[in-house]
Structure formats: structure tokens, C-alpha cells
Design a protein around this ligand. Structure first.
Ligand SMILES: [Zn+2]
Length: 188
């Protein structure tokens, strides 16, 4: 590069001829130089947004919602499930799927919709865990045997026969004192 030269060039921005001072000068002056730089940034921005738009369109077109046939992965994505859970559902027969080969299973989109049309929702019944009464109101099995002077078997038979509530806490089984007392008082 030399600053002693003086050559005729065409400005890359405005297209006008100018005298270049170096072999690498591309613009007629600082104005064109600046404008060209700005133009370049603008072009780049447009290019980036074009790419983003294209990517968005592609992702929308390929979205499982719009597809007629889904892979396991796509169907799982659509339902918000992990593939393992989906396989369990397929196994149960709730959703029909076709296994085309050992590694390729497909689900028809409409099969998924069908499930929603057919099923009536039933909330799972959750049994309330039995809350243990305070130990002060209870006998352990050993205590009850002592108290009523009966064998373990007799005690269990009595509990079973009278359908008494038993409570479990760690190693111990408890019965309500009041339950036992009322039964033993009756039988007296
Ligand atoms: Zn120029």
C-alpha cells in the first residue's frame, strides 16, 4: 500500500470516478464511505429478519398441530408428555398407533382428537389417609391384651368381628380405648 499513487477509480457507493490515494480506497470520500457502511448494516439487518421470518414459517408449518401423521416424538410434544408416558398410553390402547417398523411408529392426528371426543373425565378418587387419634386415647395390641386379659388371637378376632378401626404408627398397631371398653362392657 502506498500513499504516493494517484489512480482513477470508481466509487463503490455513488459510482462516480475519483482519484484514489491508495490501492485499497473504495469510495470517493468519507461521506460515501459512511453511507456505504450504513447501507451494509441495513442489508445485514434485512437479511437477518428474512431468515427469522423463514425459520418461523418453517416451524409453524412443521408444527404437530398441523400435521396429519405424527411421530412418537411429535405426538408427545403435542400432548405435552414424555415419550415414555405416551408409549404407556399407546400400550393401553387409548390412542391408536401404527407400528410401521421396529423403529417407526406413527399416530394419526385425528386419532388423538378422537380420544378427546370419546372420553368422559373422571377425577381419580383419592382416599383420605386415616388420621391417627392421639395415643392417649388408644391401646397398643400388647396393652389391650394386658388390660382385658385376652390372647392376641382373641383380641384380633374381636377387632375383626366388631369391625373396629385399627391405626398403624411405626411398629405398633393401636385401637381406640373407647371402642374396646364399650365392647368389653357389653359382654360383661
Ligand atoms: Zn462516492
Amino acid at each position: 500500500m502506498s500513499s504516493n499513487i494517484n489512480i482513477q477509480r470508481i466509487c463503490e457507493h455513488c459510482g462516480k470516478p475519483f482519484r484514489a490515494k491508495t490501492t485499497v480506497t473504495r469510495f470517493c470520500g468519507t461521506i460515501c464511505n459512511g453511507r456505504h457502511a450504513k447501507q451494509k448494516i441495513r442489508d445485514l439487518k434485512i437479511k437477518v429478519s428474512d431468515k427469522e421470518v423463514k425459520e418461523n414459517i418453517t416451524s409453524v408449518i412443521n408444527h404437530p398441530v398441523l400435521m396429519e401423521f405424527l411421530t412418537i416424538k411429535q405426538a408427545a410434544q403435542l400432548l405435552g408428555l414424555c415419550t415414555k408416558t405416551l408409549y404407556n398410553i399407546l400400550q393401553s390402547g387409548k390412542i391408536k398407533a401404527v407400528r410401521l417398523s421396529t423403529r417407526k411408529t406413527i399416530i394419526k392426528r385425528t386419532e388423538i382428537d378422537k380420544v378427546f371426543e370419546q372420553s368422559e373425565f373422571e377425577a381419580p378418587i383419592r382416599e383420605k389417609p386415616k388420621k391417627n387419634p392421639h395415643p392417649r386415647y388408644c391401646y397398643t395390641m400388647a396393652q389391650a391384651q394386658d388390660q382385658f386379659n385376652c390372647s392376641e388371637k382373641a383380641l384380633y378376632d374381636l377387632i375383626k368381628r366388631n369391625n373396629l378401626s385399627k391405626f398403624q404408627d411405626g411398629w405398633y398397631t393401636y385401637v381406640l380405648k373407647s371402642d374396646l371398653h364399650s365392647i368389653f362392657n357389653q359382654n360383661r
